[in-house]
Write a protein that binds this ligand. Structure first.
Ligand code: SF4
Length: 389
């Protein structure tokens, strides 16, 4: 899809969707740039009308990641969008009679782009709803399989599929049922998951289960929040399952009565100030040295608080003692340097040739530690897809 592989052994890609109406080209592009900066790998825009489809070329010319047009109801919008975008999404529940889908297939084929079949619990086609009475996982799976089989019957296979529901169990079961019967790449997501925290938890539960079973090729976390948050949560889910490694993973202790530093403030500051780093690094912030070093052993680098001073450790080994007031700046400086070294290593550049510009803070006098600790530890028209006999 526009250079991003989806399916097979390709990395699971993270996608999101813009909020402004596409006719607000500058607003849409501004958000696209924010999403690109956050690492978003595929960006979808809603294309609800002629104004939206007319804006697509201007939008597309100002972005670098692949663009997906999200079309409901009016297949003519898909026909127009197909010559501009990298993928078209249609919903079998509301696109109308089969001939309309055939026209869309021809358009995407003519332009060499894939199609996403996006089934949604809130917009199942009438025959499926009549059969099941209400949206169920089986109804979602049957709707998606009908669509896939109908497309295969006319020789079309360049597609990915989604079966979204806001109910976590229903979404999981629908994807699982589909995956038992079809091997097409899956776009996974829990639709209308909720606000930032609620939606992140629901998405992590649903997508986490699916991904742990090997189901899912690209994902979107749907949040009632800034879409940049969707990208962040998507990567956190993938990082948690060790499926993708991107950027700084900040681990922080929950703190307790032994805490010597403001862990919460420091962890948040680290996430904010290190967000630009794409090199995978695990950075740890621990409230004290009692269990701190042991708990931070998995981290590439980290700090643990002490009375009036803290320690900097790398891979579980104590490296320096640092006055508490300098802890955060020193850690940030060290992480920046470590990221540059890792980037240079992967680019085959000698570390000594590295320009070091992490000098925005007065580097405190680091005191080498003698302690070599090893740690302590509207259904508009009757559809739709002919059912394969
Ligand atoms: S690292 Fe120290 S402050 Fe943090 S939870 Fe463990 S014992 Fe408590």
């Amino acid at each position: 899809m526009g250079g991003v592989k989806v399916g097979g052994d390709a990395p699971i890609s993270v996608q999101s969707m813009t909020i402004p109406h596409p006719s607000d080209v500058s607003g849409t592009v501004e958000q696209i740039h924010q999403l690109e900066k956050a690492g978003c790998e595929l960006i979808r825009v809603a294309v609800p009308d002629q104004e939206a489809v007319a804006a697509l070329p201007k939008i597309k010319s100002q972005m670098t990641v692949p663009l997906i047009a999200d079309i409901h109801f009016d297949h003519r919008l898909a026909l127009q969008a197909a010559s501009v975008v990298d993928c078209v999404r249609i919903n079998p529940g509301n696109i109308g009679p089969w001939w309309k889908t055939e026209e869309v297939i021809k358009a995407v084929n003519d332009n060499g782009i894939p199609l996403r079949i996006g089934v949604n619990g809130g917009s199942l086609e009438k025959p499926i709803l009549d059969k099941y009475g209400y949206p169920t996982a089986e109804a979602l799976a049957e709707s998606a399989l009908n669509a896939v089989h109908a497309l295969e019957d006319v020789g079309f296979t360049n597609m990915k599929v989604s079966l979204k529901a806001s109910d976590v169990h229903m979404a999981i079961d629908a994807y699982w049922l589909f995956a038992q019967q079809s091997n097409y790449p899956l776009h996974i997501g829990i639709t209308e998951a909720g606000t930032a925290m609620t939606g992140a938890v629901k998405s992590a539960m649903g997508l986490g289960w699916l991904l742990s079973q090997g189901i899912g090729d690209t994902l979107r976390v749907s949040l009632a929040a800034d879409p940049v948050e969707e990208v962040k949560v998507g990567f956190e889910i993938l990082k948690s399952l060790e499926l993708r490694h991107r950027g700084v993973n900040v681990i922080a202790c929950p703190t307790c009565g032994r805490v010597e530093i403001d862990v919460v403030k420091m962890a948040n500051e680290l996430e904010r100030r290190l967000a630009h780093i794409t090199t995978p690094l695990t950075v740890s912030v621990l409230g004290c040295v009692v269990n701190g070093i042991g708990e931070g052993k998995e981290a590439d680098i980290g700090i643990a608080g002490g009375q009036g001073s803290g320690i900097l450790f790398k891979k579980g080994k104590l490296v320096h003692k640092i006055p508490s007031k300098d802890l955060i700046e020193t850690l940030i400086e060290e992480v920046e340097l470590m990221a540059k070294e890792k980037e240079a290593e992967s680019a085959g550049v000698a570390v000594s040739e590295l320009p070091y510009d992490g000098t925005s803070v007065d580097r405190p006098q680091l005191q080498p530690l003698s302690l070599e600790s090893e740690s302590a530890g509207s259904q508009k028209e009757i559809p739709v897809f002919p059912v394969r006999s």
